[in-house]
Design a protein around this ligand. Structure first.
Ligand code: 13P
Length: 214
């Protein structure tokens, strides 16, 4: 079904509310963007906005050359990261950057996020962990875009998550599943266990995962 730019904007606002409701981000942090399939511009949250109180007026249009093309506020400080991903991945239409506590701790402390459940593996696939780089820089944008070559789920160490999708729902589902996966990892470690999905299952599921593809 084709959607209009206006309804895309409304979806961004709704996804922001749901991300906060799921505890994936707090206060005025995180940012969300989306574009219509095939479009050469995307809409992104303005810098300093609360994701649970967004209105379409809080969104800014940025074209694929990085120029602001609509909206009345400055774009998110991470707009270069969103831009770099859209430039590199034509099939990606949504980027959700959040600060989920457990994913941030696990990705930073362990340097990897490996699903423990079949469902986690189904929704996440391979999770990329990006080393610590200052937020809002061209360097973090470049590193995230390169990491997205093999994954739609990234953890930026000491920072947060970046989940990609062909639409906003997909990017949000991945963000939720990432946090759930990390919750299970923390619980397992709390009882002294280190449990991951067996390698044979990861191999057997390749090619059979949620919207698999790089
Ligand atoms: P913005 O408010 O500029 O989007 O920044 C929030 C954030 O989470 C930066 O990583």
């Amino acid at each position: 079904m084709e959607i209009s730019e206006r309804s895309l904007q409304e979806q961004i606002c709704e996804i922001g509310q749901r991300a906060v409701r799921y505890g994936l981000v707090k206060a005025i942090s995180g940012n969300i963007s989306a574009r219509l399939p095939g479009a050469d511009r995307f809409w992104i949250t303005a810098t300093g906005t609360a994701l649970d109180a967004l209105t379409p007026d809080d969104l800014v249009c940025v074209d694929l050359n990085g120029h602001v093309c609509g909206g009345s506020h400055p774009p998110s400080s991470e707009h270069q990261l969103h831009l770099a991903i859209y430039q590199r991945r034509p099939e990606i239409n949504a980027v959700v950057h959040l600060h989920p506590p457990l994913a941030t701790v696990v990705g930073t402390a362990l340097g990897e996020v490996r699903p423990m459940t079949f469902e986690g593996n189904y929704f996440l696939g391979d999770v990329a962990v990006v080393p610590p780089i200052l937020p809002g820089t061209q360097e973090v944008a470049q590193a995230a875009a390169e990491a997205s070559d093999g994954s739609r789920v990234l953890v930026l160490q000491h920072h947060g998550s970046v989940c990609l999708g062909e639409d906003l729902e997909e990017a949000l589902y991945r963000s939720i599943e990432l946090e759930e996966t990390c919750r299970l990892i923390v619980i397992a470690r709390a009882i002294g266990a280190e449990v991951y999905l067996p390698g044979w299952a990861v191999e057997r599921m390749r090619g059979h995962r949620y919207r698999e593809g790089t």
